[in-house]
Design a binder for this molecule. Structure first.
Ligand code: DC
Length: 246
């Protein structure tokens, strides 16, 4: 009898602009796994607090909002989506206002405990439903899924990260666009790194520097790390073709 493939949990952390979201999603798609964007959950809570008139400085009120958050995550990497109270907020959570204030929510430790619990439940569900997951964020390799089969910290030089985000937000990486993006990368990472450690790889976590890699090369580098860490050569970049989605 052929035994079913072992569940596969891939944890990817990194600072803003390291490429982790788009690369994680592509890797999940290539391997037929679920994709969990945990940053979207912090953004969703920030959006919900604004809707409910919850003051982000009121730590207890925000923690209570995290407990009550009527959140639904769609983890199919072909069409990931996030809903709160039945409203699709995929675009609403990417505004400059949310990006500028989300660190206030993400540095609330009671919020982190609640969202960590929800992320772990989603990982368990994804393993049951799709055989595994690529989960990405800031504390997945260290706190949410420290026992993941593959743990990667994706890094890139600050200038490369700034240029990527400036192009994403402004369509170019000239001087003005770069300085407008500064708050979204440098200040936010500084605030966020007071509660999670994602600038240096923790013991047992493999660091992947994408400064000089394009998107496809980054995806291939992750697939090769997955093959190397699991001993499954069939998962590597050279032997992969798109699998049939379950
Ligand atoms: O990756 P992102 O920019 O969408 O993340 C949004 C915010 O959430 C960011 O300020 C960092 C925070 N975050 C976190 O603290 N822990 C995670 N696991 C994911 C994101």
């Amino acid at each position: 009898m052929i035994s079913p493939p072992k569940p596969l949990v891939i944890a990817i952390d990194g600072p803003s602009g390291s490429g982790k979201s788009s690369v994680s999603r592509a890797v999940a798609q290539r391997l037929g796994l679920a994709y969990l964007d945990t940053g979207a959950m912090y953004r969703a809570l920030t959006w919900w607090c604004a809707q409910q008139g919850v003051d982000l400085e009121d730590l207890d009120a925000v923690a209570q909002a995290a407990k009550d958050l009527p959140l639904r995550m769609e983890t199919d990497p072909r069409s990931p989506s996030i809903q709160v109270a039945g409203v699709v907020i995929d675009e609403a959570i990417r505004t400059t206002e949310i990006s500028a204030s989300v660190s206030k929510v993400a540095t609330n430790l009671a919020v982190r405990a609640e969202l960590c619990r929800r992320q772990q439940a989603l990982i368990t569900e994804s393993v049951e439903a799709r055989g595994g997951v690529v989960a990405e964020g800031r504390d997945i390799t260290t706190v949410v899924a420290p026992d993941a089969d593959v743990r990667i910290l994706m890094v890139a030089h600050q200038d490369a990260r700034l240029a990527r985000r400036a192009k994403e937000l402004h369509g170019e990486a000239g001087h003005e666009a770069m300085s407008a993006t500064h708050d979204q990368i440098v200040r936010r990472d500084k605030d966020d790194s007071t509660v999670s450690q994602f600038m240096e790889a923790a013991p047992g976590v493999t660091s992947l520097d994408t400064t000089d890699l394009n998107f496809e090369q980054s995806v291939e580098a992750v697939l090769d790390l997955v093959a190397a860490h699991t001993g499954r050569e069939d998962l590597g970049s050279r032997s992969r073709t798109e699998p049939d989605q379950k």
